[in-house]
Ligand binder design. Structure first.
Ligand code: MRU
Length: 357
């Protein structure tokens, strides 16, 4: 299985996703500041993978710090990670998990604190893979026995600790014997679909066809698409879902052509503190991602560009939300709240107040 993030010999190891599919380079990080920079610079990306990496980065920062003031150090490290990428709520969820673990043992020796935080980061990593397999199982039954599934961006093994969310659903359906072809939107400007989704599906021998982002309208109209599955960076309490820029366009087309549009994400992507999609912060990324392709300029020098990295799909365009605890249907406010209230979550919620900004 592809593992984009790992804890190895006391260091954080990241597969540099900026270089795929050309080169498979694993970078070893021994400084938590460099891990935070790697999240910002998209060495690692995808909401769950960002959360797992931040948890490991926090454990790394505490391991390497020699300060005697553990709480001050911990707060400063968390603040650094919280400032990396604003939309993926899994980042803040993972920081909250690490803070809960820290608060329980903050008065113990530095050795105990470091070991507990390392263990918590490893648990978050393992749980993410298990959750993706669970949601894959729930979602697989929703896909046709045979057909073509469109996906946008990369919500695969590369975007998680492993297996994937949207691609986890497709993987599980493929493993169960369904005959599916995946249409991967190239996903301008960062090309997560053309570079990453195509790379990991090809590796797994799941049939994949890459299209540019402006081709899906034609393919919906000519009956070439049977279902859409995408991931999410943050799902509001009412089911509005933020995902890679361009997802909303696909959802509108799917609705127009009466094609099911599924969002697949673990419950850690559901943010009860964002009542609707309007409450989700949208990251604006550097203009260079738009003005250049693979290092080459494609626009006149100095031209103005916009680069919102995500958009929000309103809940009425979403056929179902596939989570690791089951499939939520409309009205999402009720169905998501019910999934969030499952026993394990209730225990965590009782633990400590949220530290989200
Ligand atoms: O900017 P990115 O590459 O981090 O955006 C990733 C996405 O939009 C994914 O679809 C989302 O994080 C879900 S990943 C399982």
């Amino acid at each position: 299985m592809i593992r984009p993030v790992e804890w190895r010999n006391g260091a954080v190891v990241l597969l540099d996703q900026r270089l795929l599919p050309g080169q498979e380079v694993y970078r070893v990080y021994r400084d938590h500041k460099e891990v935070a920079k790697a999240i910002k610079d998209m060495v690692v990306r995808g909401a769950p993978a960002i959360g797992v990496t931040a948890a490991m980065g926090i454990a790394l920062g505490m391991k390497t710090s020699r300060s005697r003031d553990l709480r001050r150090t911990f707060d400063a490290i968390c603040k650094r990670f919280a400032a990396t990428r604003p939309t993926a709520v899994n980042l803040f969820w993972a920081i909250d998990r690490m803070r809960n673990a820290f608060d329980e043992i903050a008065d113990r020796s530095p050795e105990v604190v470091r070991e507990v935080l390392r263990q918590e980061a490893l648990t978050i990593h393992e749980e993410d893979i298990a959750n993706n397999r669970a949601l894959g199982g729930f979602g697989a039954s929703l896909l046709p026995r045979k057909g073509t599934v469109l996906t946008h961006c990369n919500a695969g093994a590369l975007a998680t600790a492993g297996y994937g969310t949207a691609l986890g659903v497709i993987r599980a359906a493929h493993e169960s014997g369904k005959k599916l072809t995946v249409l991967a939107d190239e996903t301008r400007p960062f090309l997560q679909g053309a570079r990453l989704t195509a790379w990991e599906l090809k590796k797994d021998r799941i049939p994949v066809t890459v299209i540019t982002d402006n081709m899906s309208g034609h393919l919906f109209k000519t009956g070439a698409i049977d279902a859409v599955v995408v991931g999410a960076d943050r799902i509001a309490a009412n089911g509005d879902a933020a995902n890679k820029i361009g997802t909303y366009m696909v959802a509108v087309l799917a609705a127009r052509h009466k094609i099911p549009f599924y969002v697949a994400a673990p419950v850690s992507t559901v943010d009860p503190n964002s009542p609707t999609g309007d409450d989700i912060p949208i990251e604006e990324r550097p203009s260079r991602e738009v003005t250049h392709i693979l290092g080459e300029p494609i626009t006149p020098r100095g031209v103005k560009v916009a680069n919102p990295a995500f958009d929000v799909t309103p809940n009425d365009l979403i056929t179902a939300i596939i989570t690791d605890r089951g499939v939520a249907k409309r009205p999402y406010k009720r169905s998501l709240a019910k999934l969030l209230r499952s026993p394990a979550q209730a225990k965590k919620q009782r633990a400590k107040p949220s530290t989200r900004p």
